[in-house]
Design a protein around this ligand. Structure first.
Ligand SMILES: *[C@@H]1O[C@H](CO)[C@@H](O)[C@H](O)[C@H]1NC(C)=O
Ligand SMILES: *[C@@H]1O[C@H](CO)[C@@H](O)[C@H](O)[C@H]1NC(C)=O
Ligand SMILES: *[C@@H]1O[C@H](CO)[C@@H](O)[C@H](O)[C@H]1NC(C)=O
Length: 447
């Protein structure tokens, strides 16, 4: 009778919440784990960094009380007057509408910096309808990305994307769009698989960097020589990027999926517990609270160092959690087979996706309040969780590899249903980012 009287059988809310991640997501962890760390047995290319989803959504409105930021000082030009951004627009809610009139600003051959696994066009993805959709927020228009405006506003500035492989995915989208009008030079590269890189656009003197930091806080990734779980230090920010904060004007933080992987958590010198560590004698504590603590530590470090830096404002975005779209085994044909967005109401935002986003929005809000007194400091969530959830058609799937079906359909084929094809829906995240920055620029001019 359990099915007919669900309420009787249900554990209390809080318990449900606690149990969910371990039962349902233990499996997801294993899948992601393989995706993240192993080369696949019957292909040549390693999938090392197949990782992170970067969530994002600009949901909160601008804080009218905070002082105008020193950051954007681009010249007012025709284009900007035409599409004057609406401060406080909610880009979170809206729908995907088909638009065949304008294609993407770049393609798989015109942009040279697309990571191989995300170059769906070059890998022979046959359906290109996924490129024909525009996000249409309920409250305001979302103009097409204008690379010149972005470069103008960021001129003499340094923007950095920090986080997991979804941070990198978003960075590469931006880089391709900017490269359509101005050629960047790669001026720094370090780390296996290009984990730390910096480009410079000489004409506008804009620097764009990417830092690999999948937990944002200090973390030791599982390795063949160490324990078979990650180790996270929840009260220390990852200095591989944070030590450069002084020279960064704008930050886009993007993380989340690595928190699903097996890990042991440290705070100060003691062990808080672990996630998915059968065999180890630690208490399972899930990852929600851990993610919250880590983000709190991170935002605190960013704002405190900005405060100590005396008024040199910083603009910080937190891309909210981005859902993946596996519909079955990740190594079976048709793991993410959709070729169109979900329609309105077809796919509710719920479960882990909703919870991760909620934690991030709450932490951003609270850090924002704590930082109100810092001159020129801005913090927003780039709330892309929902608009990304609606795009099951935007992933490479089997086209993470070139022409996966050249020799017919095999029993097993690897699928990436986490990252996004370039060009693809992830370009929209940067469109929203630009609109928010434009809003700040206008606000500071009006002062
Ligand atoms: C890619 O873009 C370039 C430059 O805009 C264009 O010349 C080329 O035809 C495009 N290629 C494809 C496959 O669309
Ligand atoms: C170029 O931009 C950097 C910040 O990224 C700044 O420190 C430097 O002064 C700028 N150079 C010029 C010539 O304005
Ligand atoms: C696990 O930890 C508890 C408490 O620290 C200890 O009493 C117990 O002996 C440990 N068990 C194993 C198998 O190490």
């Amino acid at each position: 009778m359990g099915l007919t009287s669900p309420f009787k059988e249900q554990p209390p809310q809080s318990l449900t919440r606690k149990l969910l991640p371990w039962t349902i997501y233990a499996l997801a962890s294993i899948i992601l784990f393989w995706l993240y760390f192993y080369s696949l047995p019957f292909t040549n290319s390693p999938v090392h960094e197949l990782s992170r989803p970067a969530p994002a959504l600009v949901s909160s409105s601008f804080s009218s009380s905070s002082p105008a930021p020193p950051l954007p000082e681009g010249q007012e030009d025709e284009e900007e007057r035409k599409s004057e951004p609406q401060p406080g627009c909610d880009y979170t809610n809206g729908k995907w509408v088909q638009d065949i009139t304008v294609g993407p600003l770049y393609n798989g051959s015109s942009c040279g910096t697309i990571k191989d696994g995300q170059n769906c066009m070059a890998h022979g993805r046959p359906d290109l309808e996924f490129l024909q959709w525009r996000w249409s927020p309920n409250q305001c228009p979302l103009p097409r990305f204008d690379p010149n405006t972005f470069l103008d506003i960021l001129s003499n500035r340094h923007i950095a994307f920090v986080g997991d492989s979804l941070a990198r995915n978003q960075l590469e989208s931006l880089l391709c769009m900017l490269s359509s009008v101005s050629a960047p030079n790669l001026v720094y590269t370090n780390g296996e698989d290009n984990k730390f890189r910096k480009w410079h656009f000489p004409r506008e003197n804009v620097s764009v960097s990417v830092y690999w930091s999948p937990f944002l806080v200090k973390g030791l990734e599982k390795s063949s020589t160490g324990p078979d779980y990650n180790r996270l230090f929840l009260d220390s920010v990852d200095e591989r990027w944070a030590s450069d904060l002084g020279s960064l004007d704008m930050l886009v933080l993007s993380f989340g999926h690595w928190y699903l992987l097996p890990a042991v958590y440290f705070k100060r010198d003691s062990i808080l517990g672990c996630h998915y560590c059968p065999g180890a004698n630690y208490t399972e504590i899930g990852f929600y609270d851990v993610l919250r603590k880590a983000l709190r530590t991170t935002l605190k470090a960013v704002s405190e160092r900005s405060r100590a830096n005396g008024g040199k404002g910083k603009h910080v975005f937190v891309t909210t959690f981005v859902p993946s779209h596996f519909e079955g085994d990740w190594d079976k044909f048709g793991a993410c087979p959709k070729t169109r967005p979900f329609e309105e109401g077809e796919k509710p935002l719920e479960g882990m996706d909703a919870e991760m986003r909620k934690i991030e929005l709450e932490e951003v809000q609270s850090a924002k309040e704590d930082a109100r007194d810092i001159d020129g400091f801005r913090l927003e969530a780039l709330d892309v969780t929902r608009l990304s959830l609606l795009r099951p058609d935007g992933h490479p799937g089997p086209y993470m590899y070139p022409f996966p079906f050249a020799n017919g359909i095999k029993d097993r084929v690897h699928n990436d249903c986490v990252h996004w094809c370039l060009p693809g829906p992830i370009d929209t995240w940067n469109e929203i980012l630009l609109e928010v920055i434009k809003g700040w620029t206008h606000q500071s001019r009006r002062r």
